[in-house]
Design a protein around this ligand. Sequence first.
Ligand code: FUB
Length: 338
Amino acid sequence: MMRKALALVLFGQFLFAQEKPQYLFEELYFADPSVHVFNKKIYIYPSHDIQTEVTDAANGGHFNMKDYHVLSLESPSQKAKDEGLILKLEDVPWAEKQLWAPDIAKKGKNYYFYFPAKDKNGIFRIGLATSKNPAGPFKAEKEPIKGTYSIDPKVLEDNGKYYIYFGGLKGGQLQQYRDNVHSEKYPNLGKDENALLPKMALLKNNMKGLAEAPKDIMILDENGKLLKAGDQHRRFFEGVWVHKYQNKYYLSYSTGETHKLVYATGDNPYGPFTFQGEILSPVVGWTTHHSIVEIDKKWYLFYHDSKLSGGKSYLRSLKVRELKYDENGKIIPMNGQD
Ligand code: FUB
């Protein structure tokens, strides 16, 4: 009897431990994990956070990153291994500063690493670097991808086509664009105006350019109406990720000022997407940025928080936890403070 009870307690602890988040790497600060499985190995492509003297918080200047590393691991329950530097600011001819959240895609034998950085005019663009190896090193193209702007690229492969999603408000400069035209003079939106939307475009076959002009990704409420700018608990802010589950497309993102990860679902990569709910409540730190990946028939949420730096928003650490759906395909919300 006693042995049975003990076994049950131990089993319960095991289950509980599986659902608790864990830190993936504690020796350096990394954030914004884009996670992919290549050749049966898990690779994490994060931003590399560093201590900085820049204090321009309103424009995100304190996120002053200068290089990218790649991390790898065999299973989400392990600590990640730093595979080292894959790209440095000085090796990107057009970029001046702020290497923010990247993503990567594999096509054929090549790996395409997409990343945002400010150009010499202080404008965020999205650049590309390529490699034959998922652990790099990557070689940057001479110019950013024509027609791209703002931050947080995410590339989705779907039925042999590759789509790039991007955009981020405030420090990410998305509010400086209307119909893909840049101006620093667009007025602030009223709270009842339609919210600004993330962008997407089909990539060219060579993965190096856009095959079409970026389009708005419609995010609708339960009545089929676009979310409003004042709806800060639901409208898009930054950090878009797209994955497929049971033939639906899940568009997830951060709400910025309200610090949540939320999602909307749709029937194709272009949307429209209908708002569904929260994935993760606010973490310690201002930003919240994630990826959602299926590994060995389980789903995982990779994200970051600032607990280990004592709450410094620009010094973040990578985390992982299992993500579950209910029988209707709804993501079961999680507590960011865990
Ligand atoms: O890491 C810099 C920026 O912070 C990212 O690009 C955003 O998504 C936010 O996490």
